[in-house]
Design a protein around this ligand. Structure first.
Ligand code: NCD
Length: 320
């Protein structure tokens, strides 16, 4: 097993063998989660604090469940009620929490780079649960696990990522991961929703959805992130659905056995047809949620091993 990281801040920092280690360990946790007794003691004695400065359903719930199933003491810090609302800076909040000796800090923040900054100020393992439009590493890892289970591999696949790429940390982390694992990535969306300089990432960019979907093994849809838009990025939702909404007709252009993914939350009838999203023969959206818990268990387990090893080494140093 190879996993050297001290924090999980982004896919950017992971080597392909570290990604494989996370996925392999996640498989064990998928099996554990399917049992009636779901407990392990990988995080026994450790304290996990979840700090979500942005709304979340799936990610926060799955990090909480993951920590509890591994035996950690888990605290959800409610940012709405905290001193952040009184003007305390992110760093002050982090230092305050750090003084309570957490071992794992799970952070979601609306500003890109905020989680990296925080990781420099605390002496525990930090997991990025999404920072602005930068990265969302556990999402890309759970997507990779879902793909690997459905397709039997996570190499040499054609993956189409469609929709609001510009505002999406999910797209960015997936793009990096899929590239590292030697897949072909196509980005599909209107030019207004395509980030500048995207060509550098070695992917193909399509404005025409039908052309982009042709021959794809995986179709990953993204939510229109209206909260990050400050103007008219699309003419209307109706027009957007017509051109970029995934329905059975457009999906027919992808490979016959192509799978449909969405990180959630979904806007049914905006980026995806509701019936297609619920079609268990094509859609793996519920599998993504299931994989999310297992992947977060694996990530926290691996980081805790490194943390224990590091602290153990220091303790020995003191004794000598
Ligand atoms: C995503 C996020 O928050 O970045 N959701 C998630 O984590 N499941 C995508 C989104 O909000 O559209």
């Amino acid at each position: 097993m190879t996993f050297r990281a001290r924090h999980l801040l982004g896919i950017e920092h992971l080597a392909p063998e570290e990604i494989r280690t996370v996925l392999d360990l996640s498989e064990k946790y998928v099996a554990l989660n399917q049992r009636t007794e779901k407990h392990s003691d990988a995080l026994k004695g450790l304290t996990q604090i979840n700090m979500f400065f942005e709304n979340s359903t799936r990610t926060q719930a799955s990090f909480e469940l993951a920590g509890k199933r591994l035996g950690a003491d888990v605290m959800n810090m409610s940012v709405a009620l905290s001193s952040v609302k009184k003007g305390e800076t992110l760093i002050d909040t982090a230092l305050t929490l750090n003084a309570m000796h957490p071992d794992l800090l799970v952070v979601r923040h609306p500003a890109s780079g905020a989680v990296d900054l925080l990781a420099q100020k605390v002496n525990c393992a930090v997991l990025n649960a999404g920072d602005g439009r930068h990265e969302h590493p556990t999402q890309a890892l759970l997507d990779a696990l879902t793909i690997r289970r459905a397709k039997g591999r996570i190499q040499r696949l054609t993956v189409a990522i469609c929709g609001d790429i510009a505002h999406s940390r999910v797209a960015r982390s997936n793009l990096i991961l899929l590239g590292k694992m030697e897949n072909r990535v196509r980005l599909i969306g209107p030019p207004t929703l395509m980030p500048a300089g995207i060509g550098e990432f070695g992917c193909e960019v399509y404005e025409d959805m039908k052309a982009g979907l042709e021959g794809a093994d995986v179709v990953m849809m993204l939510r229109l992130q209206k909260e990050r838009m400050d103007g008219g990025f699309i003419p209307s939702e109706r027009e957007y659905y017509h051109r970029y909404g995934l329905d059975a007709e457009k999906l027919a252009l992808a490979k016959e056995d192509a799978i449909v993914m969405h990180p959630g939350p979904m806007n049914r009838g905006v980026e995806i047809d509701g019936e297609l999203a619920d079609d268990i023969n094509r859609s793996v959206i519920q599998d993504q949620v299931e994989m999310g818990v297992a992947v977060r268990m694996a990530c926290m387990d691996l980081l805790a091993r490194n943390l224990r090893a590091e602290r153990g080494a220091k303790a020995v140093g003191v004794m000598v």
